[in-house]
Design a protein around this ligand. Structure first.
Ligand code: NAI
Ligand code: MG
Length: 503
């Protein structure tokens, strides 16, 4: 049975509201290229209203309803949201698969992760209560000191289309746990499930204005949110180019930003691996989410002594990847998200060819599928490090391969990138893995795997992959103002100036 696409308005101040200019953006199913619905298009006027609603929600009832309530109070909402999402899991997963093109079974994982992430942040919200007023010992007895962790304020959240609801949750859950309020601007290419989060918030009775959800175009809704004077911080996940624009928009107001940007992450395969296991991790590391993941280990470095056998394995494993409509049973690779991304990825592949690389397999529209933005997973060899395909983020199912002979050479090739999000090493020699782990210039290292991600562990990159860490206990700090409180407790006068009464 076809999954109905809900028809929604903007979620502002706890209600569904028509965008001021009444514009809407079509939703295209990337597997069929059909328009299957539409989403509201917010503009600067709607952003103003939503930011105002978020500001009011911070201070309503003197802050007691939200910002200065206990973490335990807010945790109840987080748990209620998690439960509602679990209740609607199969519907949300289907919507995610139809909207973004990711295989349904991946989308189910995502929705499980969404619930798990809200649950985890409920725990962090509760733990926050016990971290308040922690005393700090000082070297002078005349003073006492403690620290308060307070919500930072109104947060602007701008998120991408590759994990629509999960990337939003990585920001929304800690925002709510910290006691902040927010305006979420999901990607115009996949917003359906984020709008459903609005309905979930309504159902659990989240105080109005705590979370506002505005769908719309990046340069309109996104840009006005990034530069809004009443937004205290921007948290962004997306392309490096847009990240630069957001940082620029935030700079004049000295508005803090956290940026989770692109990557061109390496996976280093040594000669002592089990070839089949390593082949599967290499493909999973690059091709899941249809190759559209910032942490994709899209540069494969394989030891020269096993390269030819390993490449044969890779090609064989690759041929076994089921490419189909994301809703079809067993699908392992769906279409890329949009016509624009399809053209972009195809251009990367043709430029690679023009520059002299070899397309070992894939890289074409699969013959068995007439419609849809499908691209057969591509493995590319004969690569020079100066080639575009080696240097730039493709964000599609494209794996580049180079060989190395020594560990030092592997490290040099691995780190030869502007990016620094993730890196993976596959080897049975754990000491070698440890040396590689230390040498990688990255925020995330996978040993004998690639991509697994847990809410409990910090996530983020260095170099041009951005800065700041989401998830883990520290992820909450993104949304907290740390306030030191120092009190003079001595009965003695301070005694720095000469007292006039002693004259
Ligand atoms: P994008 O970075 O432009 O989009 C991400 C979010 O930013 C969306 O919500 C978008 O509406 C918003 N946005 C766009 N322009 C904005 C602006 N001027 N001010 C404020 N917000 C703005 O990514 P896009 O165009 O969808 O994809 C292009 C490329 O970005 C991909 O090919 C890929 O290389 C990269 N990308 C990386 C992601 C990651 O997770 N690192 C996720 C999505 C895309
Ligand atoms: Mg879509």
């Amino acid at each position: 049975m076809a999954t109905p696409i809900p028809n929604r308005l903007l979620f502002i101040d706890g209600e569904w509201r028509e965008p001021i200019r009444k514009n809407r953006i079509p939703i295209v199913n990337p597997a069929t290229e059909e328009i299957i619905g539409n989403i509201p298009a917010a503009t600067a006027e709607d952003v103003d209203i939503a930011v105002e609603a978020a500001r009011k929600a911070l201070s309503r009832n003197g802050g007691k309803d939200w910002a200065s309530a206990t973490g335990a109070h807010r945790a109840k909402y987080l748990r209620a949201i998690a439960a509602k999402i679990t209740e609607r899991k199969s519907e949300l997963a289907k919507l995610e698969a139809i909207d973004s093109g990711k295989p349904l079974e991946e989308a189910v994982w995502d929705i499980d992760d969404v619930s798990g992430c809200f649950e985890y942040h409920a725990e962090l919200a509760e733990a926050l209560d016990s971290k308040q007023k922690t005393p700090i010992s000082l070297p002078m007895e005349a003073f006492k000191c403690h620290v308060l962790r307070e919500p930072l304020g109104v947060i602007g959240l701008i998120t991408p289309w590759n994990y629509p609801l999960l990337m939003a949750t990585w920001k929304v859950a800690p925002v709510l746990a910290a006691g902040c309020t927010a305006v979420l601007k999901p990607s115009e290419l996949a917003s359906i499930t984020c709008l459903e989060l609005g309905e979930v918030c309504k159902e659990v009775g989240l105080p109005p204005g705590v979370l506002n959800i505005l769908t719309g175009l990046g340069p309109e809704a996104g840009a006005s949110l990034a530069s809004h004077p009443h937004v205290d911080k921007i948290a962004f996940t997306g392309s490096s180019a847009t990240g630069t624009k957001i940082m620029t928009a935030a700079a004049p107001l000295v508005k803090p930003v956290t940026l989770e940007l692109g990557g061109k992450s390496p996976i280093v395969v040594f000669e002592d691996v089990d070839l089949d296991k390593a082949a599967e991790w290499s493909l999973f590391g690059c091709f899941w989410t249809n190759g559209q993941i910032c942490s994709a280990t899209s540069r494969l470095l394989v030891h020269e002594s096993i390269a030819s056998e390993f490449l044969d394995k890779l090609v064989n494993w690759c041929k076994n990847i089921k490419i189909s409509d994301p809703l079809e049973e067993g699908c392992r690779l769906g279409p890329v998200v949009s016509g624009g991304q399809y053209e972009k990825v195809m251009k990367f592949i043709s430029t690679a060819k023009d520059e002299g690389a070899t397309i070992l397999c894939g890289g074409e529209h699969p013959r068995h599928l007439k419609k849809g933005y499908f691209i057969e997973p591509a493995i590319i060899t004969d690569i020079k490090t100066s080639m575009q395909i080696w240097r730039e983020e493709v964000f599609g199912p494209v794996l580049c391969v180079k060989t190395f002979t020594t560990e030092d050479e592997a490290i040099e090739l691995a780190n030869d990138t502007h990016y620094g999000l993730a890196a993976a090493v596959l080897s049975q020699d754990l000491e070698r893995c440890e040396r590689m782990t230390k040498a990688f210039q990255a925020g995330i290292v996978w040993v004998n795997c690639s991509q697994p991600c847990f809410s409990q562990a910090p996530w983020g990159g260095k170099k041009r992959s951005g800065f700041g860490r989401e998830l883990g206990e520290g992820g909450l700090d993104n949304y907290l103002n740390v306030k030191q409180v120092t009190q003079y407790v001595s009965d003695d006068p301070w005694g720095w100036y000469k007292s006039p009464s002693n004259l």
